[in-house]
Design a protein around this ligand. Structure first.
Ligand SMILES: Nc1nc(O)c(N)c(N[C@@H]2O[C@H](COP(=O)(O)O)[C@@H](O)[C@H]2O)n1
Length: 159
């Protein structure tokens, strides 16, 4: 089966980076993965003050609009680091919130697709030809958490 998600209020909306699941990374608390991800576009730039602004806006859409503002200075290595930054945010989200971790684990081996009509990198795009990196990342997070849980169980049995 293939699981499609996109809007937070629709089925599997907790897989969206816009879902209201706070994460804490390096002592910073982010309201959503989207806030965290968009703010990291400005690390080490002359627009670094935007990081705090993005952190404090009340919705992930506002965070995304600020992060996508092409008149601002994005870090030059963004294309190289964005996968790594997203991985940390998404993994932290599913390690922090047991309820949605269970929803992710319960998807078994199903394929997960971010059904974004506009995003051909993180999603599948309008015509399904997109790269679906967020869906792939969620499947990798699912696998990572399973291995993590299996190792923890082995340690308990070994005692
Ligand atoms: N829920 C939702 N609404 C949108 O309008 C979106 N574009 C997305 N997709 C998320 O957007 C992020 C990518 O942003 P950049 O294009 O790199 O600025 C990423 O979190 C997608 O999952 N979702």
């Amino acid at each position: 089966m293939t699981i499609y998600f996109y809007k937070v209020e629709e089925p599997y909306g907790c897989f969206s980076n816009f879902s209201p699941h706070p994460i804490q990374i390096d002592g910073w608390c982010w309201q959503t993965v989207e806030h965290y991800y968009q703010a990291h576009k400005f690390v080490g730039t002359t627009d670094e003050a935007l990081i705090r602004t993005i952190k404090n806006v009340s919705t992930p859409m506002e965070a995304a609009l600020l992060g996508r503002d092409r008149t601002r200075n994005h870090r030059p290595d963004w294309e190289q680091v964005k996968q790594q930054i997203m991985w940390r945010g998404v993994l932290t989200k599913f390690l922090t919130h047991p309820d949605i971790q269970q929803i992710l684990l319960n998807t078994g081996e199903d394929v997960i697709v971010e059904d974004s009509p506009t995003d051909y990198y993180w999603g599948c795009g309008e015509d399904q030809t997109g790269e679906n990196h967020l869906g792939k990342m969620l499947m990798n997070v699912r696998q990572h958490i399973r291995q993590h849980l299996a190792q923890a169980n082995c340690k308990l049995v070994d005692r």
